[in-house]
Design a protein around this ligand. Structure first.
Ligand code: HEC
Length: 221
């Protein structure tokens, strides 16, 4: 029936454009809906959490983990409340993922602790004997990039009016202030860890990637 279309490159291209534009609209339109406004009490990411999110992106955790709990009983029983679009309001980009080799991580902050993550990232089989997740030992020596995380926060504040520096919210301030705040946050996490290299680095004022990543994991709830 549509053979004439396949034989006509011009109309075929127009058809393809229309179909893709429609699909694009379907993806974009929900962003303008009320349900996509930030859920009540949602705060923007702190600079340390953003640095952890960078580690998550850089090391491609998304290749095995989703961050989107679907409204199925099997998932809500395991992970908790299904995900709402308004929870991702400050996620740029969101990391929903589609590959579910490992568990969903959208609410992992509710049930995993700092020391659990420390053991798990160093050697996943030490806490989950059958685990096929790779170890990420380099997170314990690599230093997190706080400057870039600050630039990211500053950009979304300026371009998308993400509410930093508002009453009762997350303070961003200057780069130096943000670095000091990230270090304060990092110290709390490092205090619960046993890796001496990590503790020493934080005492020196450097933040290893594992600390930022754990801050990010705790934020997912
Ligand atoms: C090759 C696939 C793969 C990659 C890549 C991967 N994971 Fe996993 N992950 C798994 C599997 C499988 C499990 C389940 C077994 C386990 O707990 O180790 C898991 C479990 C987890 C858990 C425990 C979740 C829970 O509910 O118990 C966390 C947290 C986690 N991964 C974080 C990460 C982070 C952070 C990264 C990136 C630095 C990452 N994973 C990369 C496969 C992967």
């Amino acid at each position: 029936m549509f053979h004439w279309l396949e034989k006509n490159p011009f109309f075929f291209s127009v058809g393809v454009f229309v179909v893709i534009a429609f699909a694009g609209l379907i993806e974009i339109l929900p962003n303008f809906a009320e349900a996509s406004r930030p859920v009540l009490g949602l705060k923007p990411y702190t600079v340390l959490e953003l640095a952890g999110k960078e580690v998550y992106k850089k090391d491609h955790c998304i290749a095995c983990h989703s961050q989107l709990i679907r409204p199925f009983k099997s998932e809500t029983d395991r992970y908790g409340m299904y995900s709402l679009s308004g929870e991702y309001a400050y996620d740029r980009p969101f990391l929903w993922g589609s590959k579910r080799t490992g568990p969903d991580l959208h609410r992992v902050g509710n049930y995993r602790t700092t020391d659990w993550h420390e053991n798990h990232m160093w050697d996943p089989t030490s806490v989950v004997p059958q685990s096929i997740m790779p170890a990420y030992k380099h997170h314990f020596t690599n230093i997190a990039d706080i400057d870039t995380a600050y630039a990211e926060a500053f950009t979304v504040k300026t371009v998308f009016s993400t509410p930093y520096d508002v009453e009762g919210g997350v303070k961003l301030g200057t780069l130096d202030e943000a670095k000091a705040a990230a270090l304060t946050e990092a110290k709390v996490i490092a205090a619960d860890m046993k890796n001496q290299n990590v503790k020493d680095a934080v005492t020196r004022g450097e933040i290893p990637e594992i600390v930022a990543l754990i801050a990010y994991m705790h934020r997912l709830k």
